[in-house]
Design a protein around this ligand. Structure first.
Ligand SMILES: Nc1nc2c(ncn2[C@@H]2O[C@H](COP(=O)(O)OP(=O)(O)OP(=O)(O)O)[C@@H](O)[C@H]2O)c(=O)[nH]1
Ligand SMILES: [Mg+2]
Length: 327
């Protein structure tokens, strides 16, 4: 900002008026740690007419109850806000309910609840890339540190092998964290599945080639600090050789903040994301961040993980269940 002001004063005079300033990004979208540049809107102090400054967008207001809102709707509005659903969607959902249900149904708690459960679920997409017979499916698990990627990788591998009867191999790219390879090796041993370890993109190619006979290859990725450019560049370089048809799942920890989850999805979007796996659902009673993440990103819900047990604590995602938990 000081350099920007110096330039304004040099160009427009020492008494120039700064009308607005904001930060702009000038580097690849996945570099979420990137430093913003400052863009300044300014004018000379004695211009004939001053243009109106740009409106600065304020945070979304919390929707308030309409004066004539029935008590049931007010209760559900408060409930969804307490679940940390984004206020703009709470307002939309409650408004739609008010318009869709007549006064008689609005007075009935069960009718309003049924309507909202359906409405919440209908606004979400659900879908998982299940391995099809005869077509090799490569799956990667991506996400923030400690999100549950390795456990999800083991669960998906176990599901594909033991439930669907597919030939499965595991590949771990996590050669960074102390203990990560031991963790994956332990799962591979318990599940009696082959595990390859790849340190470089060339290793990854070789590991994929060596498992060309498998129906499903599940790749566990390391978590790197999204705010450290060098770490993310390293991770992206490692992932550049992933096959184009790879199914990339973002593992979202149910206890994480929406802002951090959104930033992480933004960082990985460049790889092409195909679905969301919600982990640690057993560790929270608040699901609005997950709901909001799904709506913000328009990614389908793929799997739900609600515990540490492999493979038991994982199930195909259900928008209806997520809606129920929030009401
Ligand atoms: N309660 C609960 N714990 C989970 C779940 N999924 C994973 N965990 C636990 O969360 C911790 C982190 O899980 P990992 O699978 O190692 O997470 P990760 O994303 O691979 O972690 P890093 O590789 O270190 O980034 C472990 O203690 C897991 O047992 C879940 O659904 N519920
Ligand atoms: Mg891991």
């Amino acid at each position: 900002m000081p350099e920007a002001l110096a330039k304004v004063q040099a160009d427009l005079g020492l008494d120039a008026l700064v009308l607005a300033s904001h930060k702009v990004m000038d580097s690849p979208v996945w570099q979420v740690w990137r430093e913003p540049e400052v863009e300044v809107l300014a004018m000379p102090a004695h211009a004939p007419t001053a243009p109106a400054p740009e409106k600065v967008s304020a945070p979304a207001p919390v929707p308030e109850a309409k004066a004539d809102e029935c008590e049931t709707l007010t209760q559900f509005r408060d409930r969804l806000l307490a679940q940390e659903v984004e206020p703009k969607w709470v307002a939309q959902i409650i408004n739609d309910a008010r318009q869709s249900l007549g006064p008689r149904l609005l007075a009935q708690y069960a009718s309003v609840r049924d309507y909202l459960a359906r409405d919440l679920a209908q606004r979400l997409q659900v879908g998982a890339y299940l391995p099809r017979k005869g077509v090799q499916q490569v799956v990667t698990l991506l996400g923030m540190a400690g999100a549950g990627k390795t456990v999800a990788a083991a669960k998906l591998a176990a599901y594909a092998h033991y439930t669907l009867g597919r030939r499965v191999a595991l590949i771990s790219l996590d050669t960074f964290r102390v203990g990560a390879l031991d963790q994956m090796q332990t799962y591979a041993n318990i599940l009696r599945l082959p595990l390859a370890i790849a340190y470089t993109p060339t290793d990854l190619n070789a590991s994929l080639a060596s498992h060309s006979d498998k129906d499903v290859i599940v790749i566990d990725t390391p978590s790197r600090n999204l705010r450290q450019a060098a770490e993310m560049t390293e991770l992206m370089a490692l992932l550049t050789n992933l096959p184009a048809a790879c199914a990339n799942y973002f593992v979202a920890d149910a206890t994480a903040k929406l802002s951090d989850l959104t930033r992480a999805v933004e960082a990985f979007k460049v790889l092409g994301l195909h679905g969301l796996i919600f982990s640690k659902l057993d560790e929270t009673d608040t699901f609005g961040a997950l709901y909001s993440l799904a709506r913000r990103t328009a990614l389908p819900l793929s799997y739900f993980s609600n515990g540490r047990r492999v493979p038991d604590d994982m199930a195909p995602a259900s928008a209806e269940s997520l809606a129920e938990w929030m009401l």
